[in-house]
Design a protein around this ligand. Structure first.
Ligand code: ADP
Ligand code: MG
Length: 713
């Protein structure tokens, strides 16, 4: 069944593929999927290539896709009303006899079908705008069911009702007179078509859908058998049966996902092919001695976790999770130093060029004094070929760059460690991509967004996780407030006063240059206006993504060294920029930005011991925009921000679920199905505990889903 292929693609998208060749094929006797499900949809009678092309828009290509296309909801159309009882605004189902049917032309482009119907209680009309051809579907004297809403049309009428012509066989009812499935549609495909096609596909199956859940688990949750559940999911006898059916498939999907993730993790931990790093060498010692502060307990633990992983020959895949400013970079430095002690190189990957350059600066500052060589490699590095040479010959200890540069076109002398600084952009590195290049470095992911647990065990389910919970001492939360236009002059005075006290300010704008299309502040004109006007006399700089990379470098350096009072910038500073002396951030058109983005931007200040401030400007145009600003003013906790964001946007947008390939779960919903997910996680652990190789016959189908497409972790 194609659901299985999907499951493979999906788990492969998380972390990375470690080939799981050690798994056996399906055990003899394991039920294969009915062949009919693999046939293209247009093999169904009454479904031609034109419709098949439309169904492709819904991701439906095979008969299997079609029968596993579950309704988004149901309507209970079992209760019949009497025509005489119908009132305007009612939604009702009636069974009636056709009295008369006619097509009416209203105006040039508008026509309708009008059908007069009757039952014991009286007469009524049913009308369909724009579908005059329907008049031919009803012949006087025949009977039909109608479900719809009562509106006005020469008196009262059922407007555009769904209908079912009655042939006498009650069991045949699909569209009304029963609990009716309601599907997500695409242009040119109607509910009626989908119900008809799905019913005929189900009826045409000449063998039942085989049971794919291990019997013990099906029994534990009292799930209906696969075949019955498939039918009940579309045409349920009771609403509860539909729910049980959907849960059954959602659970199975989550179970496969978790078994895949956990199996790959177990496989990784069994590998002895990783690098056994030196974790008590001179670089690490020198780093520890050179730090101007004590690590926080969370940092200490994260460093210990990493060094333990690195010392072992098992490949490390570890996530370091800590709010913006919690000091993840420092933790990464320890890993870099340890790698260098054993003669290994580190690749540090950042989501943007600016961030890569910024990392390059701070790494040089911290590591160069210890004798480590740092290279930065981005799309705008002028002498990239020379840099590549040095990397390939092992002259560089650390290469900082964007993912693409490091993954695709760079060869390393001895790559032993890769650090992926994702901040909140949850692309998850494909470990498989590195392994394919013949590299098997230890991996550290760093992320600033505290993802809710349900997502963590899925997106990052195969990784080991270290959490840095506290901020370095002496930080106080950034004070956040909104600035109305009347208060703007006062804000300019504040910026001047802070500059006089040696404190720096960011001014963030959404656009680089003025645009005719959107009425938003551009950083170039804002910079020009303020530096010639209210902020005249201050030392100001401009930074945005369209500048040449040496210009960007120069400006960033100058700001870091305190040679600028105010930096006008775009969201290029969103991630990673570290300047403890900056205490103020002004965000123009703040409602334009997403919540996690605002939180990241705010994280650029409050990195030293001085009280810091975040000022949000701009008028909100939507309720969501308003809510985002409220959340920002109400909390400085990344966790609260993440929760609010999840509520406002859903998991796909905010948590990289889409990038991780998880948004195309067919049946399960990562937010709604928390309990199923928990159960699936527990059961997956139990299964792998008792049957690590998935060799038991009852696990054959799970094994088949995992084989060859196991995720990393
Ligand atoms: P993150 O990457 O988690 O956002 P960074 O690693 O950039 O945070 O650290 C933020 C700032 O805090 C940096 O200026 C860093 O030097 C400083 N810092 C990190 N750890 C500590 C600590 N334990 N005590 C004091 N300052 C620290
Ligand atoms: Mg950082």
């Amino acid at each position: 069944m194609s659901g299985e292929t999907k499951a493979q693609d999906r788990t492969d998208g998380i972390g990375a593929g470690v080939a799981g060749e050690s798994l056996p094929g399906p055990a003899a006797g394991a039920a294969p999927m009915p062949k009919q499900l693999l046939a293209p949809v247009d093999s169904l009678s009454g479904l031609g290539p034109k419709r098949a092309a439309l169904l492709a828009n819904l991701g439906i290509e095979t008969v299997g896709d079609l029968v596993f296309y579950f309704p988004r909801g149901y309507e209970d159309r079992r209760k019949l009303s009497r025509l005489a009882d119908l009132r305007e605004g009612d939604t009702a189902t009636v069974e009636a006899e056709i009295v008369r049917a006619r097509a009416i032309r209203l105006r040039r482009r508008l026509s309708l079908a009008e059908v007069t119907i009757k039952d014991d209680s009286g007469q009524f009309k049913a009308i369909w705008f724009g579908r005059d051809y329907l008049a031919r579907a009803f012949s006087a004297g025949s009977r039909a069911l109608f479900s719809g809403t009562v509106g006005k049309w020469n008196g009262l009428a059922l407007r555009n009702p769904d209908y079912e012509l009655l042939s006498g066989d009650e069991a045949d009812r699909l569209h009304t007179g029963r609990i009716v499935p309601v599907y997500r549609l695409t242009d040119g495909v109607t509910q009626r078509m989908l119900r008809n096609w799905i019913r005929s596909a189900l009826d045409a199956l000449d063998e039942p859908l085989p049971e794919t859940l291990p019997p013990a688990l099906a029994a534990r949750y009292d799930f209906p058998p696969a075949d019955g559940a498939l039918r009940q999911a579309h045409f349920p006898d009771e609403v509860d049966a539909a729910r049980a059916a959907r849960n059954r498939f959602a659970y199975e999907e989550l179970l496969r996902l978790q078994v895949g993730i956990l199996h790959a993790r177990a496989a990784r931990l069994h590998e002895e092919t990783g690098t056994r790093h030196v974790v008590d060498g001179p670089f690490l010692g020198a780093l520890r001695a050179s730090l101007p502060f004590h690590l926080t307990p969370g940092q200490d633990r994260a460093v210990a976790d990493i060094l333990e992983d690195m010392a072992s020959p098992r490949p490390m895949v570890r996530l370091i999770q800590g709010d913006v400013g919690s000091g993840k970079t420092v933790v990464g430095l320890h890993a870099i130093a340890a790698a260098a002690d054993g003669g290994y190189q580190t690749a540090l990957m950042a989501p943007t060029e600016i961030l890569a350059e910024q990392h390059g600066l701070s790494l040089r500052e911290m590591l160069a004094p210890l004798g480590l060589d740092i290279e930065v490699l981005t799309g705008s590095t002028p002498d990239a070929p020379a840099v590549r040479e040095r990397v390939a010959h092992g002259e560089a200890h650390v290469v900082v760059g964007t993912h693409a540069l490091i993954q695709e076109s760079t060869s390393f002398h001895r790559l032993g460690l890769a650090i992926i600084d994702e901040q909140h952009r949850f692309g998850v590195l494909q470990r498989g991509a590195l392994i394919e290049k013949g590299l098997n470095p230890d991996l550290i992911h760093m992320t600033a967004t505290p993802i809710p647990r349900t997502l963590a065990i899925t997106v990052y389910g195969g990784m080991d996780i270290s959490v840095i919970e506290e901020m370095p001492p002496g930080r106080s939360p950034v004070v956040t407030s909104r600035i109305t236009p009347a208060k703007v002059p006062g804000l300019h005075d504040t910026i001047r006063r802070r500059a006089a006290a040696g404190q720096q300010t960011f001014v963030v704008c959404p656009l680089v240059e003025d645009s005719a299309k959107v009425d938003l502040t551009s950083v170039t004109s804002h910079y020009r206006e303020l530096s010639a006007g209210p902020l005249a006399g201050l030392r100001v700089g401009l930074l945005h993504g369209r500048m040449a990379s040496d210009e960007k470098d120069a400006v960033m350096h100058a700001f870091k060294r305190g040679e600028l009072d105010v930096l006008f910038c775009t969201t290029v500073i969103e991630v990673g920029i570290d300047c403890p002396n900056a205490t103020t951030i002004v965000i123009e058109d703040a409602p334009q930005f997403g919540l996690t983005q605002l939180h990241q931007l705010r994280g650029r200040v409050g990195r030293g011991t001085e009280q810091s401030y975040c000022y949000l400007l701009g008028k909100h145009k939507t309720p969501e925009g308003k809510r985002r600003l409220e959340v920002m003013c109400a909390t400085s906790s990344g966790f609260d921000v993440a929760e609010a964001d999840l509520e406002l946007r859903g998991p796909g947008e905010s948590y990289g679920v889409r990038q991780a390939g998880l948004s195309d779960l067919r049946f399960a919903d990562l937010i709604r199905d928390v309990r199923l997910l928990d159960a699936a996680r527990r059961d997956a652990l139990e299964i792998l505990d008792t049957d690590p190789g998935l060799t038991a016959p009852e696990h054959a189908l799970l094994a088949a889903g995992v084989r060859g497409a196991a995720p990393s972790g």
